[in-house]
Design a protein around this ligand. Sequence first.
Ligand SMILES: NC(=O)c1ccc[n+]([C@@H]2O[C@H](COP(=O)([O-])OP(=O)(O)OC[C@H]3O[C@@H](n4cnc5c(N)ncnc54)[C@H](O)[C@@H]3O)[C@@H](O)[C@H]2O)c1
Length: 362
Amino acid sequence: MTVPYRCLMIGAGGMAGRWAREFWTPFRDRMTFAGLVDINHGTLQATGDWLELPESARFTSVGDAFAAVEADFCCIATPPAFHQEAVELACAKGMHILSEKPVADTVEGCAAIANAVRGAGVKMMITQNYRYTPRILTLKAAVAELGGVNYVVARYASDYRVRGAWGALFRHTMAHSLLIEGGIHHFDQIRNLSGANCQTIAGWDWNPGQVHAQGKSWRGGDSFDGEPCGLFVMRMNEGVFASYEGNNLASGKTNSWRSEYYRVECDGGAAVLDRDHTVRIEERSTSGALQIREVPPVAVAWEGHLAMPAQFLDWLDGGPAPPTTLDDNLQSTAMLFGAIRASESGETIDVQKVAAELAGTA
Ligand SMILES: NC(=O)c1ccc[n+]([C@@H]2O[C@H](COP(=O)([O-])OP(=O)(O)OC[C@H]3O[C@@H](n4cnc5c(N)ncnc54)[C@H](O)[C@@H]3O)[C@@H](O)[C@H]2O)c1
């Protein structure tokens, strides 16, 4: 590998634009941009100009970019349906990979990715930036204080009742968009907070505009072609249970991005985080009176997305593997696809069987 590491950036707009202009910026002494790809020529040129990349390093096709560019790793931030192609091309060239969540949009795509990465022996990390916000790190510290975890309650709720309100249009047109684009973060967070993997999952995702009696409209239901709402219950290992409420058509209180509600019921008390970002511990005095105390916020060197390049570059340097390697993330991804199967079949799904399918060990 060449130091500073050479990066082929896959995507130039949306989240990819933020990677190019924002998330990599503090690390420019440790990496350089060797190439940039986006199918949208205008977006490619705008970000290419901002990075001051020569024309010869700008591509409108992923295949052309991998054929022409010599790089140590690629950073993938295109929509989920396009992750597999980029990963397979990177693996063919022995390049390491930092990819936005989710791994891919199908079980088959994830399995192909796991197979390619294993075959090539490259490092692959998945972006799970919400593990590294100060509010979640503080919640984790509170949980560590309270002994064993009994169960986790997670609530995410956004008011995306207008088409396009959730950014890119694909999030409004794809099937299972709550779970594939949103829920993966919350399933990963449940694992992060409980320190447990999931055994089984049951529940439903749906669109109220489609399931209510014919002729009845649902305000904002037509904002999504697929399923914007979900309720799921999980049995984790380590004796932990969890529930997840996800809603992209929230008409009441919201708990949107970076403001989700989590309550972790523990042996010694409950740790609670809501949209005011203050972590509170609820516990009982010896006389049974409820006591609530605020937990001082944890300080963090690189927060949210910035923790991702920091951990990835350390890994390339020979440092420890980050918590959200591909192998680890297949456990969160198995919850996502287990949830979809649970909803489609109406049955309780063995998540470890899904994980084995994703890993190619089924
Ligand atoms: N971690 C987070 O907090 C977070 C937040 C939002 C999105 N994301 C993830 O980022 C990824 C991209 O989402 P987005 O919202 O930025 O989407 P987007 O549609 O806004 O932007 C994607 C960019 O990729 C380009 N593109 C699309 N297909 C391409 C292809 N085949 N080759 C090259 N370029 C292509 C588009 O032209 C666009 O510029 C998704 O995986 C999404 O889940 C993560």
